[in-house]
Every structure is written in structure tokens, then in C-alpha cells.
Design a protein around this ligand. Sequence first.
Ligand SMILES: *[C@@H]1O[C@H](CO)[C@@H](O)[C@H](O)[C@H]1NC(C)=O
Ligand SMILES: *[C@@H]1O[C@H](CO)[C@@H](O)[C@H](O)[C@H]1NC(C)=O
Ligand SMILES: *[C@@H]1O[C@H](CO)[C@@H](O)[C@H](O)[C@H]1NC(C)=O
Ligand SMILES: *[C@@H]1O[C@H](CO)[C@@H](O)[C@H](O)[C@H]1NC(C)=O
Ligand SMILES: *[C@@H]1O[C@H](CO)[C@@H](O)[C@H](O)[C@H]1NC(C)=O
Ligand SMILES: *[C@@H]1O[C@H](CO)[C@@H](O)[C@H](O)[C@H]1NC(C)=O
Ligand SMILES: *[C@@H]1O[C@H](CO)[C@@H](O)[C@H](O)[C@H]1NC(C)=O
Length: 428
Amino acid sequence: MELPLFAVLQRTPRVILTLSLILFSLTIVPALYSLLANPILTLSVSSSETNGPPPSDDMHLSHLNSSPVATSTSRTQIRDENEQRCDLFKGEWIPNEEAPYYNNTTCWAIQEHQNCMKFGRPDTGFLRWRWKPDDCDLPIFDPREFLEMVRGKSMGFVGDSISRNQAQSLICLLSRVEYPEDISSSPDKAFKVWNYTSYNFTLHAMWSPFLVKTTKADPTDPDCNLFSLYLDEYDTTWTSQINQLDYLVISSGHWFYRPVIFYENETISGCQYCALPNTTQLPLYYGYRKALRTSLRAILENFKGLAILRSFSPQHFEGGPWDKGGDCVRTRPYRRNETIPEGADLKIHDIQLEEFRAAEEEMKKKGLKLRLMDTTQAMLLRPDGHPGRYGHLQTAELSLRNDCIHWCLPGPIDSWNDILLQMMKTEK
Ligand SMILES: *[C@@H]1O[C@H](CO)[C@@H](O)[C@H](O)[C@H]1NC(C)=O
Ligand SMILES: *[C@@H]1O[C@H](CO)[C@@H](O)[C@H](O)[C@H]1NC(C)=O
Ligand SMILES: *[C@@H]1O[C@H](CO)[C@@H](O)[C@H](O)[C@H]1NC(C)=O
Ligand SMILES: *[C@@H]1O[C@H](CO)[C@@H](O)[C@H](O)[C@H]1NC(C)=O
Ligand SMILES: *[C@@H]1O[C@H](CO)[C@@H](O)[C@H](O)[C@H]1NC(C)=O
Ligand SMILES: *[C@@H]1O[C@H](CO)[C@@H](O)[C@H](O)[C@H]1NC(C)=O
Ligand SMILES: *[C@@H]1O[C@H](CO)[C@@H](O)[C@H](O)[C@H]1NC(C)=O
């Protein structure tokens, strides 16, 4: 579909407004997300690709002080009766001198953008924390236990680059026992399949940042940054695969801040940051809710295993928005009472909770399992876990943005896999 942007310019008297919309949609917003846009699991990405995390709602955290955390690091086994009662997602970060459990020489799966130590991050304290739920202890990921549980099974991650971030963390955590064989059926880096041959366990990473059917608004333009989202249609690249999987971890969020056109019933129902004439401007939340609902329906219809919806992963820009020098330079977690969560993050999180609850009901009726991995609150407490300026080579080039969205590897995102294993154990 061609966008008649310049025709619009000639016809409308509101040239200034339209021009600013066009400039916004063509230049600023796409740059925000180019960082998230790279679906490629390469180990050698040039630093120039790291040019823009998304806009942030100023979180006004600078006034908060960071008091030292003094909690026991002792670990105990979770008893069965405790597992049932313990809310894994309410807790604090406590020191863990044993971490990290891998590094950039022992694990090849760390993507350049997240290889913070390689790019000279000077502090290492951020590596040495673990998540402590209030009512129980969360065991650190045990790679052997995990691989025994998934022997002869398969697991898929569906989502954007943060979903991939977790899959790479999992590969690194498992690397103490085994490295997988790449058995991807095509050279498409957006769809990777690995086989842990000693365990006959396959791991799939499936790229679908909007979760629903998506096309470029102008398919003839390779640089087109305007997407058409078919909010009521499945992205069959993953929905057609999931019937062969035993575990599925699905997540999304950040890409919905981009310029997009929403389609429903095969016709345009609205758009966001687009300069289409006579098209209703709809908020990202509108599209997000519908897209999530559609994906959960796809799971309901096609998947028989344990499905996990991982909640929104918050960003931590401070001192300005992402494109005005915003950065994340903290070196330690917040205590729970220090954070002021606000802004877009939590609205997406609210939608996830609501849609999860509705879908969970439906699933229950059919005897299917959908669970929520609600890590948003835990990650709000980790402003210290992002690459910041250490997601690329240290140059004077101002166009290189700070990445306060993805997570360093090793880093706090490793805890998502502690939680994942715990959730899998609870289901057994
Ligand atoms: C990585 O970990 C290995 C094994 O624990 C250790 O020998 C090595 O020094 C570490 N490398 C770096 C760069 O930290
Ligand atoms: C790993 O990190 C160290 C700094 O800790 C850095 O000197 C080295 O180049 C990195 N190696 C790789 C392979 O990323
Ligand atoms: C490996 O697991 C698959 C199921 O994921 C099963 O069909 C196959 O028979 C297994 N192969 C071996 C050698 O155990
Ligand atoms: C994974 O490796 C095992 C052992 O070699 C093999 O039996 C199995 O078929 C492989 N799985 C896939 C999906 O290729
Ligand atoms: C799409 O079509 C269905 C059934 O024809 C209708 O109920 C629904 O309101 C339509 N949705 C939109 C956004 O037009
Ligand atoms: C937009 O809608 C108005 C009123 O319905 C109509 O006169 C005009 O031609 C439409 N413009 C375009 C480009 O479709
Ligand atoms: C947060 O809680 C800790 C311990 O419960 C307390 O020492 C600290 O003063 C609190 N900080 C704020 C900002 O309330």
C-alpha cells in the first residue's frame, strides 16, 4: 500500500500540522525503535545499529536514595505446600555473591548489544543479586534439573528482542551443561531452532514483535517504518508452529509505540502516528489489547502445553528521554519502596493482566494451562541492569543512544529463567 503522504501535503491547508506528523512518523519514531528492530541473532552487530531505544515517560527517580540491602543470602528448598502459597512476583532483590553463573567467555550466545562487560562497563555489582519472593526462596536456576524436566520436550519463545534476550539468557545458563546444535530449518535469523541433543530438547525463538499478522505499509520500500497490523488475524509464522511445542513463553509491548495502521475485518480501523487522511487516530493501547487478545486466542485454539505470558519489561531512562541524553547509570537495585512506577509501562501491564485473566478463564474451561510471569515489578527495581552506554563501542558519536530497555547478559534477566523453572516445577 502506497502512502499518499505528499499528495496530502499538496491538498491540505494544514500543511504545518501534516508536515510535523510526517516528520514525526518518518524520522523520529522509527529511530526510537531501530534498536528493537534487529531480529538477527548475530554475534557481531555493528555498533551503528544501536541508535535508538524508545521514548520514555520520565520516571522522576533521581531524588530517591539507595539504601543498602541487608538480607540473608541463605537458600532453602521450597516445600510443596509453600510453593502453592508463595507469590513469586512480590519480593526484593538480595545480594548473591555466587553470581554470575556464566560470562562472555563461557557463553557464545550473548548478543553484542547485551555484552556489557565487553564494552567496558566498569561496575560488576549489578551481577550479584538474586530475586527473593517475600514468602519463599526462589532457587537459582539449575541447568541439569531444567534439562531433565524438558527431556524429549520442546519450548518456544515468541516476541520481540526482549523475548530473545531471555532465550539467550537461558542458553547461557544451560551452557554449563550443554551447548545446543543449531537445527533451524531456514537461514532466517528471526526463527531459530536449537537441539540439546543429549536431552532431545528443542528450543525455538520466534520473532513476532506485534504478535499478530503484520506487513509493511509499503512493501516496495525496504526502509519502510510504518507497519500494518491485522489486529484480528494470527501471525501464522508462530501460530502454525505451536501445536508441536510443550512450553510457550509469549511477550510483547515495546513495538506498539511505533507508527502503525490498525486493520480489523480487513479494513483500516485507525492508526497511530500516521498521516493517512480521514483515519481515526487510535492509541497504542487500543491496538495492544486487541493484538494480545488475538494471540491468546491463537494459543487457546492451537496449543496444548504450558503457556506463559511474560509481562511488560520496563525501561529506565533518567535525566531525559531516550533521544535527549536519557541514560541509566545506576549501579544497584532499588528497594521496593523507592520506585515510583508510572507511565506507559504500567498501562500495558494493566492490559496484560486484564487480558490474561479473561483468557485464563477460557483456557480453564477447556482444561488448558495459561500462566502469568509477572516480572514487571521485579524489573522496575533494576535500573542498574541495562546496557546503557555499554551496549556498543565507546565512541564520541552522539547518535549512539543509551540502551535502557534491553538487559545485560549476565544480568537480572537471568532471574526470569529462575522463575520460569520454578513455574514449570509448580505445574508438575
Ligand atoms: C569467565 O568465567 C570463567 C570461569 O568461571 C573464568 O575463568 C574467566 O576468568 C571469566 N572471564 C571473564 C572475562 O570474566
Ligand atoms: C569479555 O569481557 C571482557 C571484559 O570483562 C572483555 O575484555 C572481552 O573482550 C570480552 N570478550 C568477548 C568475547 O566478548
Ligand atoms: C525426541 O523427542 C521427540 C518429541 O519432541 C520424539 O518424538 C522423539 O521420538 C524423540 N527422539 C528420541 C531419539 O528420543
Ligand atoms: C535432537 O537430537 C536428538 C539426538 O541426536 C535426535 O534424536 C532428535 O531427532 C533431534 N531433534 C530434532 C528435532 O532434530
Ligand atoms: C468486524 O466484523 C464483526 C462481524 O461482522 C463485527 O461484529 C465487528 O464489529 C467488526 N469490527 C470492526 C472493528 O469493524
Ligand atoms: C475525507 O472525508 C471528507 C468528508 O467525508 C471528504 O470530503 C474527503 O474527500 C475525504 N478525504 C479523503 C482523502 O478521502
Ligand atoms: C524503605 O524500606 C527500608 C526497609 O524497610 C527502610 O529502611 C527505608 O527507609 C525505606 N525507604 C523509603 C524511601 O521509604
